[in-house]
Design a protein around this ligand. Structure first.
Ligand code: RNT
Ligand code: ZN
Length: 417
């Protein structure tokens, strides 16, 4: 039988099977089609960027030395488009400040302007990709252990200026694309060993942020991202989870939840419903921590499934931005995008296919065996037939068919770099 006919048949059977538990597969597919992931540009080149190509600092690390990383702006763009061509749907691109088009000049972080992202905005428009943005406080001589929380006013002001400029760039991107640019804010500020000044640095960070956010912009959104610890900064993180939740709740900002930034047994999924009662929106950095914030490629594991199910159960698809954040330098980098993005979408699809009405009926009437039984049975409903149909409809390779395609791109393009 021809592959398309097979997929079609399997899909029809799956649709019936889902209908029997009260789930409309067409509706689920339509919702999935509307979800744009924000692809992180930094998997293309192991978080190097185009500023100076110096060492990656700030408590984050890439490990591995797989050949073929992107070396310049053209290669980053080419690789992103290649990866996107294997990911069903329409997606966004999240840029870090160090990925500006600096035209071979050194442009320091307190000098960056929207013009350095002009070619990105044009490129994004031509390729139907909306942009998101990130200020960059790491990999710079003034990064040290403290940036916006630095007691040295000169250093603090340098980073305040940088972050203000980044907000202006995000505003320009949002205006140009007719859709808000989501700007993520993460700084690594912390301490390797015990500090006796926890309050002092947090007070400084708060003050710096208030100054950065003083200007209101209509076309961009601010997100603040916490972290449990960074490498070399193990004992104290200025921007902890508590710090940013309180900050965001009192200032109406978006909280970014990076799935690698919590204690290993903490459920990130469980945080959504609490946060969404107090803050307008949530941004996700979907990643995969292995023992620590190791930024392994996202896969379809319980953590990612739980997170996606919570978005749907909270009816919050329009209040949650979904970005990816991992950087694995040990495997084909285009493959890394495709695996992580498709895994996230598979989790979202399973969340959308959950027989939620029936599960909630059971719960409301205290039929708890029934609830658990259906939750278990739902795990093996034929969601993969619906996923195959989604790929087919979107004209991207179905199942493992993207593997030889990426191998071909590696043989023809990336291996020659
Ligand atoms: C670091 C944060 C942050 C970065 C990117 C590069 O731990 O997760 O989001 O990964 O900004
Ligand atoms: Zn992150």
């Amino acid at each position: 039988m021809e592959k398309e006919t097979l997929i079609q048949k399997a899909y029809e059977i799956a649709a019936e099977r889902y209908a029997a538990v009260g789930v409309d597969v067409e509706a689920a597919l339509a919702k999935l089609q509307n979800i744009s992931l924000s692809l992180h540009c930094w998997q293309t080149d192991d978080v190097t960027g185009f500023e100076s190509g110096g060492e990656l600092t700030g408590g984050i690390q890439t490990t591995g030395n797989y050949p073929g990383k992107a070396r310049n702006i053209e290669e980053v763009r080419q690789d992103i488009l290649k990866a996107a061509s294997y990911i069903p749907g329409t997606h966004r691109l999240s840029l870090h400040e160090i990925y500006g088009d600096f035209g071979g000049q050194f442009v320091d972080r307190d000098q960056v302007e929207p013009k350095h992202f002009e070619s990105w905005m044009q490129w994004a428009g031509e390729n139907g990709m909306k942009l998101d943005f990130n200020s960059t406080s790491f990999s710079h001589p003034k990064s040290g252990n403290l940036t916006l929380a630095n007691p040295d006013k000169g250093i603090r002001d340098f980073w305040i200026e940088h972050t203000k400029r980044c907000r202006a760039i995000a505003e320009e991107m949002g205006k140009r694309q007719g859709n808000p640019c989501v700007m993520n804010f993460w700084v690594h500020d912390g301490s390797k060993d015990i500090t006796v000044n926890r309050m002092k640095y947090r007070a400084l960070l708060k003050e710096s942020l208030d100054s950065i956010f003083a200007e209101e912009y209509p076309h961009m959104r601010d997100c603040v991202e916490s972290k449990v610890f960074g490498i070399g900064l193990e004992s104290y993180t200025v921007g902890s989870n508590d710090f940013y939740i309180a900050y965001a709740a009192t200032r109406n900002k978006i909280v970014t939840l990076d799935t690698g930034h919590f204690h290993p047994t903490e459920s990130v999924a469980d945080k959504l419903s609490s946060l969404l009662l107090y803050i307008p929106e949530v941004m996700l950095h979907v990643s995969r921590p292995v023992r620590w914030d190791s930024d392994h490629v996202t896969i379809m594991n319980d953590e990612t499934l739980d997170l996606c199910k919570e978005i749907v159960r909270c009816d919050a698809l329009d209040r949650v931005h979904i970005g990816l954040d991992y950087f694995d330098a040990s495997i084909n980098r285009i493959g890394a995008y495709v695996i992580g993005s498709r895994a996230t979408q598979k989790c979202l699809l399973q969340a959308l296919l959950e027989p939620l009405d029936r599960l909630r009926e059971y719960e409301a009437s205290d039929r708890l065996f029934e609830r658990l039984a259906l939750l278990e049975e739902a795990k093996s409903l034929p969601w993969n037939a619906v996923w195959d149909m989604f790929c087919l409809k979107n004209n991207v390779p179905v199942g493992e068919d993207f593997i030889p395609e990426i191998e071909k791109y590696e043989a023809e393009v990336t291996s020659k770099r």
